[in-house]
Design a protein around this ligand. Structure first.
Ligand code: FAD
Length: 427
């Protein structure tokens, strides 16, 4: 069995294949697994990158039938049952594709070039460095307009990542940075959260959405709803209504699509097939997610499973959400189905158990729909804390995260504020 991607889907599939009568090869471009739900805290200088990541080899140390290969997968040859990587080729009898997602820019000019993103550990660190660097530059900038631009932050996208990052940034600015940069008036700092829809956190009930808006506003975040972005440039964000939000920092959290189209679909999308016969495969959707059967297999390819963010499957008439629990459950289900195929049994359809939705807004503030009920404020925040701590992989990571949170909570301090490696000057 070859598994591509050691994210939530791939890693849980590998774990569920431990001691199966199969040789399992897990391939990832990184040698670590990232806990994405806390990535925004790396960007907001709350946690170190190593607090939310764990080496794959140490997680799977006890699985004797499993080996890990650090490599970039470049293409597939479906006919030859071959995975091509920058470190060589791997043949398979069964393949699990769990390559996750990529940002979608919806054709907004300049978004890919000028906006910072939050989809990998490197991007989280780059954003943290950039924010701290803007403050350093602003503290010595003599030109009022230029200083204001350095202190303006625009976040595009009012989903959970945008909301959580906006709250964490406001707390970073009005807590630790206010104390560090005594020569700067942090009341000049502007944090604007732009959302094209009429509400934030569209997956939650209206009462919870309204709570999120009120809470962010109380923290000094300007929430702009129902306004789309026309383009993004070095000067900032131009809105569709013509207004320019000048900002040296624009963070794009607005769209996300599957990242398997590079390997599957028509021959143009699957580079490994060039020069040979086009690999027959399903057409990927426009958002890059690949439609799968209820068993998570590709139509006509019972040996290939696609899971997690890069798979498209409907549950109760709606697409499955691109969230960690869906990827984890699909990873376990794909592994179970491969075990069944090895035993000569039919694969079973996947059933999703929705554990609910949580978004933290700041200190003592979160919005949650869990256990069939809505929660806000302190109870929701405690739930968020307990669930994320329990899900974080590795005992050390849990201790480190808990220590940083306690430090921050008690002293309004952040343990992380180094600009490392040295950042590129903000444009
Ligand atoms: C900032 C952020 C915050 C989030 N917050 C939450 C949250 O609070 N709650 C929640 O439930 N979900 C959250 N999510 C979504 C959740 O992280 C995803 O749904 C989940 O990670 C999907 O799992 P996956 O296995 O499909 O993909 P991923 O976990 O993204 O894993 C994909 C893996 O494939 C590897 N890979 C990709 N391409 C290649 C290649 N060509 N060669 C080798 N390796 C490759 C990657 O390195 C990665 O390890 C968040 C996501 C982000 C980015």
């Amino acid at each position: 069995v070859v598994i591509v991607g050691a994210g939530f889907g791939g890693l849980w599939a590998a774990r569920a294949l431990r001691n199966a009568p199969a040789d399992v090869t897990l391939i990832d471009r990184n040698n670590y697994h990232t806990f994405f739900p806390l990535l925004y805290q790396v960007a907001a200088a709350e946690l170190e990158p190593e607090d939310i990541a764990c080496p794959v080899r140490s997680i799977l140390r006890h699985a004797r039938n499993l080996r890990f290969v650090m490599a970039e997968v470049q293409g597939l040859d479906l006919a030859a049952r071959l995975v091509r990587t920058d470190q060589g080729e791997h043949t398979y009898d069964y393949l699990i594709i769990a390559t996750g997602s990529r940002p979608l820019f919806f054709g907004v000019p300049g978004a890919a070039e000028h906006a910072l993103r939050l989809r990998s550990l490197e991007e989280g660190v780059a954003l943290r460095n950039h924010i701290l660097f803007c403050f350093e530059r602003a503290s010595v900038e003599r030109d009022d307009g230029q200083r204001q631009r350095l202190l303006n932050f625009a976040i595009v996208g009012g989903g959970p990542t945008g909301v959580e990052f906006a709250g964490a940034l406001a707390e970073l600015v009005h807590g630790p940075l206010r104390k560090d940069f005594r020569g700067l008036d942090v009341r000049q700092v502007s944090i604007v959260l732009v959302e094209a829809a009429e509400s934030l956190l569209s997956v939650l009930a209206p009462r919870l959405r309204a709570y999120a808006v009120r809470r962010l506003q109380r923290m000094g975040v300007q929430v702009r709803l129902g306004v789309a972005v026309e383009r993004i440039g070095p000067e900032g964000v131009r809105l569709k209504d013509g207004e320019l939000l000048p900002a040296a920092t624009v963070v794009w959290t607005a769209g996300v699509g599957g990242d398997a189209a590079r390997f599957l679909g028509d021959s143009e999308l699957a580079p490994a097939s060039r020069g040979s016969a086009p690999a027959p495969g399903p057409a990927a959707r426009r958002d890059g997610r690949v439609p799968v059967q209820p068993t998570l297999q590709l139509a006509g390819r019972p040996e290939i499973y696609v899971i997690g963010d890069c798979a498209y499957l409907e549950h109760e008439g709606k697409p499955l959400p691109m969230v960690a629990p869906a990827a984890i459950q699909q990873g376990v289900a794909a592994a179970r189905n491969i075990r069944r195929q090895l035993a000569g049994q039919e694969p079973l359809p996947f059933r999703y158990h929705d554990p609910g939705t949580l978004a933290v807004i700041g200190r003592n503030a979160a919005a949650a729909h869990v256990f069939g009920r809505d929660f806000t404020g302190y109870p929701a925040w405690l739930l968020w804390l307990a669930i994320h701590l329990a899900r974080l992989i590795g005992f050390r990571n849990r201790i480190m995260a808990l220590t940083s949170w306690a430090w921050d909570y008690l002293f309004l301090e952040r343990v992380v504020r180094l600009i490392l490696p040295r950042a590129t000057p903000p444009g």
